[in-house]
Design a protein around this ligand. Sequence first.
Ligand SMILES: Nc1nc2c(c(=O)[nH]1)N[C@H]1C(S)=C(S)[C@@H](COP(=O)(O)OP(=O)(O)OC[C@H]3O[C@@H](n4cnc5c(=O)[nH]c(N)nc54)[C@H](O)[C@@H]3O)O[C@H]1N2
Ligand SMILES: Nc1nc2c(c(=O)[nH]1)N[C@H]1C(S)=C(S)[C@@H](COP(=O)(O)OP(=O)(O)OC[C@H]3O[C@@H](n4cnc5c(=O)[nH]c(N)nc54)[C@H](O)[C@@H]3O)O[C@H]1N2
Ligand SMILES: [Mo]
Length: 668
Amino acid sequence: MLKKTICPYDCPTTCGFSVETDGKKIIKIKEDKNDPASGGIICQKIRHYERDIQSKDRILTPLKRVGKKGEGKFKTISWNEAIKEIGDKWREIIKEYGPEAIAFCNFSGVMSIIQRNCGNAFFHYMGARELVKTLCSTAKGEGYKAVLGTTGALDPRETVDSDFYLVWGSQMAATRLQGLSTLIKERKKGKKVILVEVLADGMEPYCDDIFLIKPGTDGALALSMMHVLKREHLIDEEFLRQESIGYDIFAKTLEQYTPEWAQKETGIPATKIEELAMLYGKAKSPAIILGSGNSRYINGGMTVRLITILSLMTRAWKYPGGGLCGCNSKNIPSYVRTELIARPDFRKNNPEKININQIAAATSENVKEKLYSLYVYGSNPANSVSNQVGMYESLSRENLFTVVHERFMTDTARYADIILPATFSVEQSDLYSAYGYNTLGTSWKIIEPLGESKSNWNTFCLLAKEMGFQDPYFQHSEEEMLEYLLENLSDEVNLSKENTKVLREGGNISMPFANHTEWKTVSGKIQIINETEKEKIPCYIKATKENNNYPLRIISVPAVQTLNSIFLNRQELIEKKGKIKLMMHPKDAQKRGIYSGDRVICFNELAEVEFQVVLTENIAKGAVAVPGVFRSDQTFNGLGVNALQHDRLSDIGAATTMNDNTVEVRRK
Ligand SMILES: Nc1nc2c(c(=O)[nH]1)N[C@H]1C(S)=C(S)[C@@H](COP(=O)(O)OP(=O)(O)OC[C@H]3O[C@@H](n4cnc5c(=O)[nH]c(N)nc54)[C@H](O)[C@@H]3O)O[C@H]1N2
Ligand SMILES: Nc1nc2c(c(=O)[nH]1)N[C@H]1C(S)=C(S)[C@@H](COP(=O)(O)OP(=O)(O)OC[C@H]3O[C@@H](n4cnc5c(=O)[nH]c(N)nc54)[C@H](O)[C@@H]3O)O[C@H]1N2
Ligand SMILES: [Mo]
């Protein structure tokens, strides 16, 4: 039997595919050529999704800690015992310190609407500490929004019509396979692909030219490209004077941003900047394909504002395929009314918020508003947030009652007092709305949950009962909630009969591409100048400064074989991924007497982390990069790159700045 389902993980595509099942197990994964997002292309990770679902390493019963925190010793208990124990402990904490002494951590383990957002409703109802979920790309989102509001950018499927591609900081071979396949086809027809990257490793075969840029300086490149466009009369000034706010004022500031100035900032030769600006400016419908890496800096929001403005300078948006891809591609905030699941109206108190990027500090012993319990689901903060050493210290606290709802023994789960077994996407029902494509889909339960695993929804319903939460919300099945969401989609969504049928049966449907020529901002105009921003006139802001002790900049990049900390249990992928690596330029290695394959210590004021060095000419000088996330037992000294990351927030969007850190490297 073949059934349609959707990948639950945090990728822009949200691929639909099929599974062969006997009703009890998933036997095989099959590509679905008719899926509007994946088009039948699925990644090497999902190709054997069944191996994860049926993995011998899966946690299938509730577990209770019997050893020390982090030691990894647990005994099996029943769900009744687990829920009772959590309830007893929470009641005790609430009585003594109030519900604000309880926090939760959730991010992108499962991206579907119900399973991702139901915990918010539960913790709002409880009055627990609020979580600000900005671990990924909110600086990018807010930077774009500052210029274009909710105007929809390009859906990757529209880029077949682009006449030039500027891939700006995306390892598309890992993160945007389907978009990359379009580029490969179009390049064969003679269209050019240029890459602006810190680490171009793996993308070389797909590009005509590569611009290696110093981390966190993309704003300087965008500004100097606009300087050249202005000088060469390649800006469509008539269009901007009509349709934007502040073009002339902004244009005057461009004078200072010469290619020679930008060369000093970015490390890209001025002549190359001229060349890129001319290529871009002479194209009719160029697409900038923007990744998220360059927004993860203290200047990340401004960088994205500047790149968004650059994309509007030449009228490109008015032509099919022209514009910006990688930002919000819908003209409405959302097809689905997520608030029906997240229920912000359940919150009656106003506790101090916790930014997920600073959860290590927030859960530490030494804060005024001390926390006594942490509930983690769909997230693995021990491996995903900054300040990893601090995170382990917090998780080691005897007086932080920690519950982790998980599928595998992650580094976070290892520190839990109680572990609850979580389901896989095929064992639960939900609605998906891709963040990089204009698609909407459903994935209905295909097999019963293995062992005693339960979905997030079903677990929160049990916990609500235990805690005596009376609202009818907590008494529905997830299938009822899914029906309810389908009946209450956003007003702007109009479904044809066929599409309604697809959603009833399972699978992705294609939604209309956005209108890229009507500006969905408060003023109805492109906001080159935005009066509501701290920096009203866009300008160059520097990233965190290097210093003599730590002269190198370190960034984290996605690995092809894994997705954040997901797939770390899959043997064949882990073998392919290899040891925890530090990518380095031969010149930087030579200065330090380091050779390819050496074990090195990479360090800064936060930690010392051991890596194996891989030398490549395809990295900007002065930068080092770490691909992928590793479980502690897959590292050399128990720590990963997150141990070298400060928990500073971006300029706008309160996002991660995980790429904005400085280090030094020495041979071990
Ligand atoms: N295989 C795989 N797929 C994934 C993921 C994964 O881990 N593995 N992660 C998923 C997630 S959570 C996300 S958010 C998306 C992200 O997907 P995208 O938004 O497309 O971004 P990435 O491919 O992560 O690109 C980050 C790139 O930014 C580059 N970079 C870092 N700093 C700078 C800079 O200052 N300037 C420039 N120009 N480039 C810079 C890095 O070298 C890296 O290649 O991918 C998703 N897909
Ligand atoms: N070093 C480094 N750090 C990074 C990144 C990086 O590339 N490198 N990427 C950053 C980015 S872009 C992101 S988005 C974040 C991701 O940060 P997180 O979301 O915290 O981390 P993930 O590694 O995705 O872990 C998700 C966990 O959820 C579990 N899970 C999956 N499905 C379910 C479910 O249905 N229910 C429950 N209860 N659990 C489930 C998985 O088993 C997994 O352990 O990490 C950030 N941190
Ligand atoms: Mo992400």
